[in-house]
Ligand binder design. Sequence first.
Ligand SMILES: C[S@@+](CC[C@H](N)C(=O)[O-])C[C@H]1O[C@@H](n2cnc3c(N)ncnc32)[C@H](O)[C@@H]1O
Length: 259
Amino acid sequence: MKQVFIIGIGPGHPDQLTVQAVDALNRVDVIFVMDKGEGAEELVRLRREICERHIRDRSYRFVDVPDPARDRSAPRYEEAVADWHRRRADRLAVALGSELRDGERGAFLVWGDPSLYDSTLRVADLLAERAGSELVFDVIPGVSSVQALAASHRLPLNRVGESIHITTGRLLRAGLPAGIDNVVVMLDGDCSFTTIPEPADFDIYWGAYLGTDDQILIAGNLADRMAEVQRVRAEARAARGWIMDVYLLRRRTGARDEP
Ligand SMILES: C[S@@+](CC[C@H](N)C(=O)[O-])C[C@H]1O[C@@H](n2cnc3c(N)ncnc32)[C@H](O)[C@@H]1O
């Protein structure tokens, strides 16, 4: 039997791992790394730093698994993503078969928390379906970028009695759901907050590179801050070659869209 930990490693600060995550890291023999896209190299470097910092008196090895390309021209987003997950599972199945010996423990290190906008758990399900009881997955939660955003702005995500909606830039562009006052937006490469029809009715709490030495925070009325966030984001991305940012949009009290 092979055991694989899926470990949430937080959004970038090596101290933002739980004790449970550190314990799991210290039981691991092989760490499988599959990264893609913008900032991939730096994210791999940060993962290695986290391991060097937390794994004590234990030898372990990294195995890089090349990420298959996603077909971005496919007409149906959901189908394209499902196909990409299947191909990721194919590659990981090969790597687990050849690199993890029976009785050894492996790990996938997941940015933030594995439950939030991350495909690792879906891919793990595909792998478990194929391997049956030969492969056991254990999930260790992590600090998500959403929690890091809230903490950095010293902010509760909801006001009393209100809901929180978590979405992506792509979905925000389709419009805000009615009656929602607090919206957390992730995976937004296009500054989709610029599409909000009444920006003066919202405040924005924006954060980039949260938890790292390069963390940037901007907060204020969306109409006043929109251009600043766009400029700062573009400059930071140009300087580093990649960016990860997340923000909360909060409807101002008295600016509700419903009677
Ligand atoms: C693929 S999702 C992964 C989310 C992750 N599972 C989590 O719990 O935060 C990547 C998105 O998370 C957000 N993100 C992750 N780490 C971040 C960080 N350190 N600073 C700001 N945003 C971050 C960004 O919105 C980014 O586009």
